[in-house]
Write a protein that binds this ligand. Structure first.
Ligand code: URA
Length: 242
């Protein structure tokens, strides 16, 4: 683990000086990402927004809060559920602090594109070695691609419609030390899109479908833990009707 942490630190030091693309000229901070060095679930968004650029941390605005709420809803950790469920004294920072002990959060592009535009192909290509190295080092059981940019950048399949493939699994290949390594990616709707659509009420809403996607991703993790380590499948999710 210590070796992994020092390699992640070395990666961070390298990329925090990056000038591989013009986004370096206008950024305030490189948003490298953070979380557990061996997180079984690696969360990859699109690019830092203005808030993330200011503070250097990924997913800190409304999209980040919604992401954390989904993670809390499917969490097997009672502390996470308690913090998320504390309506009177809700503390988003405490929730994120707990979640970053379990997950790793990053983006395809580490720097904020001006006016919140999508990162372009050159910017994505410049940053993908960082993303691949993160995948290699963290070695997650499943990767959550949050939004179309993350999905298409990871899979290389440009024509995918995220609304059609959300919840689907994709196999990706990254360079390994000797042979290529394969990882499983789940496509998710972007939480900033969900915030804009505000469609959470019905069982058939985009919000409800995304909840099912988060549940399924975590069930894949549970099955993996049961199969490889004999760990019982934990209780997750909100009971129906709540
Ligand atoms: N914040 C991020 O860090 N990434 C996104 O994709 C959106 C908001």
């Amino acid at each position: 683990m210590q070796d992994k942490i020092s390699r992640l630190n070395a990666l961070y030091s390298y990329w925090s000086q990056c000038t591989r693309c013009p986004l370096a000229n206008e950024r305030k901070n490189v948003v490298f990402g953070y979380g557990h060095p061996s997180a079984p679930v690696l969360i990859i968004g699109e690019a830092p927004g203005g808030h993330e650029d200011e503070c250097g941390n990924p997913f800190v605005g409304d999209a980040g809060l919604l992401l954390d709420q989904y993670l809390a809803m499917v969490s097997a950790n009672p502390e996470v559920r308690a913090v998320a469920g504390d309506k009177e004294n809700f503390n988003p920072k405490l929730l994120r602090d707990l979640l970053r002990n379990e997950y790793f959060f990053t983006n395809i592009a580490a720097c904020h594109p001006p006016e919140n535009r999508d990162p372009n192909l050159k910017e994505i290509e410049a940053c993908m070695p960082r993303v691949r190295e993160l995948i290699y080092l963290i070695d997650p059981v499943i990767i959550l691609a949050v939004g179309k940019i993350a999905l298409t950048s990871l899979t290389g399949k440009k024509a995918l419609s995220i609304t059609q493939v959300r919840g689907n699994l994709f196999d990706i290949e990254i360079p390994g030390r000797t042979v290529p390594l394969h990882y499983t990616v789940m496509a998710l709707l972007h939480t900033s899109y969900l915030c804009r659509m505000n469609d959470f009420k019905q069982d058939t809403s985009l919000g409800a479908k995304t909840y099912e996607d988060f549940m399924r991703a975590h069930r894949i993790l549970d099955e993996y833990n049961k199969h490889h380590f004999g760990i019982d499948i934990p209780k997750r999710g909100i009971p129906r009707g709540q």
